[in-house]
Ligand binder design. Structure first.
Ligand code: KIV
Length: 302
């Protein structure tokens, strides 16, 4: 098969919404496309998504990067933090997302424990995300330049993640804004530089003062995608369930809620329940019928 003959499968083209080009008419986002966006100072848009339906919508809405985040442990599986989600669970969700997405870059989060012992184990698990789930990059948390270098030599694009790293919850003793002193900021800058030099293609910077994130975005050659890191980053990422009000929890200062899907879903489900209870659903038009020649006796109602 020709290397230039990329096939996105036989799914019909998405219907574009007003003003939004259909995902199928746009070029696939790659790690080098993100680098080019940074050079052109074009903001990179990123969101998490964890299943076929929502990733398809996120992709059709023109978001550049879809992260199958380990936040799914909390927002999809109802756990208290991200620590318990397994490689197999992350692979399951990444596969569903990859099937839905045509344009966005699909990044899979490597879960806690899948790259924390040996470099070889980290590479082997990352290979699973590419081979078994179709991930186009993996994200790892923490200042792990040696692992980033090993993944890069294994031809696996890597997104680093520094600042507030949720997988360090037990060590940090809570989710706290990081790099709040000049010394901590200098250390974070050095760690970011080391990841970029080791071959990371992009960096997620979470929960750090705006000024620190701005300095890192300005000095790093790779795109810096912020979450709770201020507007000077090269792009922004948020958790889909946060922007749609689907988390059942008060949201952090950096979250902006764009829709109330909870209210929408609750209202729709209540209307369905009422219709069924009042026998208003289904109607005759929503029922199948026997052909006239196959008439049967009407049942006697007890
Ligand atoms: O898992 C996640 O949702 C993340 C964030 C950076 C968005 O890692």
């Amino acid at each position: 098969m020709s290397l230039t003959n990329f096939s996105a499968g036989n799914r019909p083209a998405a219907a574009p919404s007003a003003g939004v080009p259909s995902a199928s008419t746009l070029a696939k986002v790659t790690m080098s496309a993100l680098a080019q966006m940074k050079r052109q100072t074009k903001p990179i848009t990123a969101l998490t998504a964890y299943d076929y339906a929502t990733s398809r919508l996120v992709d059709e809405a023109g978001i550049d990067v879809i992260l199958v985040g380990d936040s799914l442990a909390m927002v999809v599986m109802g756990q208290d933090n991200t620590l318990a989600v397994t490689v197999d669970e992350m692979l399951h969700h990444t596969r569903a997302v990859r099937r839905a997405v045509r344009r966005a870059l699909v990044v899979a989060d490597m879960p806690f424990g899948s790259y924390h012992s040996t470099i070889a184990e980290g590479v082997a698990n990352a290979v699973r995300f590419v081979k078994e789930a179709g991930a186009e990059a993996v994200k790892i948390e923490g200042p792990r330049a040696e692992l980033v270098a090993a993944l890069s030599s294994a031809e696996i694009p890597v997104v680093g993640h520094l600042g507030l790293t949720p997988q360090s919850l037990l060590r940090m003793g809570g989710y706290r804004v990081q790099a709040k002193t000049a010394d901590a900021a200098a250390q974070l800058r050095a760690e970011a530089q080391a990841l970029a030099e080791a071959g990371a293609g992009a960096l997620v910077l979470e929960g750090v003062p705006r000024e620190v994130a701005a300095a890192i975005a300005a000095e790093l050659p790779i795109p810096v995608i912020g979450i709770g890191a201020g507007p000077e980053c090269d792009g922004q990422i948020l958790v889909l369930h946060d922007i749609l009000n689907l988390t059942f929890a008060p949201h952090a200062k950096f979250v902006r809620q764009y829709a109330d899907a909870a209210a929408l879903i609750r209202a729709a489900v209540e209307r369905y329940r009422e219709d069924v209870e009042q026998r208003a659903f289904p109607t005759d038009a929503e029922s199948y019928h026997l052909p006239a020649a196959e008439a049967i006796a009407a049942p006697a109602r007890s």
